[in-house]
Design a protein around this ligand. Sequence first.
Ligand code: PMP
Length: 407
Amino acid sequence: MSFPIEQIRQMFPVLHQEVHGKPLVYFDNAATTQKPQSVIQSLEGYYLHDNANIHRGAHALADRATRYFEDTRETVQKFLNAKESAEIIFTKGTTESINLVAYTFGRKFIQTGDEIIISTLEHHSNIVPWQMLCEEKGAILKVIPINDAGEILYEEFEKLLTSKTKLVSVVHASNALGTINPVKKIIDAAHAVGAKVLLDGAQSTSHLEIDVQELDCDFMALSAHKLYGPTGLGVLYGKREVLETMPPFQGGGEMIKEVTFEKTTYNDIPFKFEAGTPNIGDVIAFKYAIDFLTEIGKSAVKAHEDSLLTYANELLSSVKGFIPVGTAKEKVSVLSFNINGMHPFDVGVMLDAKGIAVRTGHHCTQPLMKRLGLEGTVRASFAVYNSKSEIEKLAEGVSQIARIKNK
Ligand code: PMP
C-alpha cells in the first residue's frame, strides 16, 4: 500500500497556509513538529468539558480528568514498551527529564572522582546538567569523540569506560546531524562496568521503533512537542528498580504520602517525581499524538522519511556549492548542510522568502559545531507529513540560492 500522504496532510491544519505568498513547506520538524487536528480537538475538548484538578477529586470532572490523564500514561508505556505505567513520569520536556536525573540520581549516586560519559553529538541539555553536577561533586565528564561523518568512535567509547563510570548519557538520534547512535551496544557495554544509561530520545522517538525493555536503558527522556504533541510536556522513563532508589526531585503536593512538620513520607513512583499540579490538558492531548503515530506505524513512518532523505540527498548533491554536514550511515531524516561562501542564517532567510521553513545555526550543539569546524548549518528535518514535491521545492530553492555564490 502506498503511503497515505495526502490523507495525513489533511490532518494538519497549520500546513495549509501561505507564507510570503508561497505555500508553506515546513522543514523545521527537529525543532518542533506540527500537531494533528485530533490533538488540537482534545485540548479544546478538555477545557470545554473536563477541566479539573486530578487525583483525589470527589466529583465527576476530577474523576474524568484523572482517568484521561492516566490513560496517556498507559499509552506512553505501550509506546515505549515499558514494563509498567509507574515507570512513566511526566515532565516539562527532555530538558527537565535529564535535569531530574542529574538532581536526583546524580546527587545521590555520583561522588568525587566518579565519571560520567556523554558524546560529542549531544544537545546542550545533555551536556550542561552533567557539567553542573560534576562541578558540584568533583566528578569527571568524559566525551566520546566522533569521526568526520558524525558517527561516534565506538572503540574510543570502550576505552573511556572504567569502574568509575557511573552514568553514560547519550543522544539516541542527533538533532543537528541525524546520526543514530549504536545505543544497544553502548548500553550493554556500560552495564558491564556497572554504569547506568540515559538515552536522550528527543529526536528518536518520533522516527524509530522504541522498546525500552529490549534496549535495557535505565532512563529515556523525550519531548511531546517533537512527537506531534503539545509543547511544555515530556516524559522520563526510568526502570522501577532505579527510580525507587532515587530521592524526589521537587517537594510539594502530589509527591507525598504524609506530611507532618517533623517528617514527610514520599509517594510511590511515578507520583514521587511529579510534585504540584501537572500539565493536565496537554498530557491528555498527548495520547492523541501517540495514537496518530501508532496508527500509521513506525516502520511505515521510517520508510517514508528515509525515502524523503534519500531523495533530498540525490537532488541536492548535484547542486554546485552544496556541502552536506553529517553523513553517518544510520540516520533519521535530518539534512544538515551549508552552501559554499554563504552564512547559514542568510540561506535560511532566503528559503523563508520561498515559503520554506528550516532552522539555521548551531542547533544547541556548540561543541559539535566546534568539532566540525563550523559556525552552524542549515537544517531541513523531515516529518511524516512532508512530501516529495516539497523536497523538490527545497532543492530548487537551494539551487537558486547557491547560484548567487557558486557560478
Ligand atoms: N535533546 C535533543 C537531541 C533535542 O533535539 C532537544 C530539542 N531540540 C532537546 C534535547 C531538548 O528538548 P526540549 O527543549 O523539548 O526540552
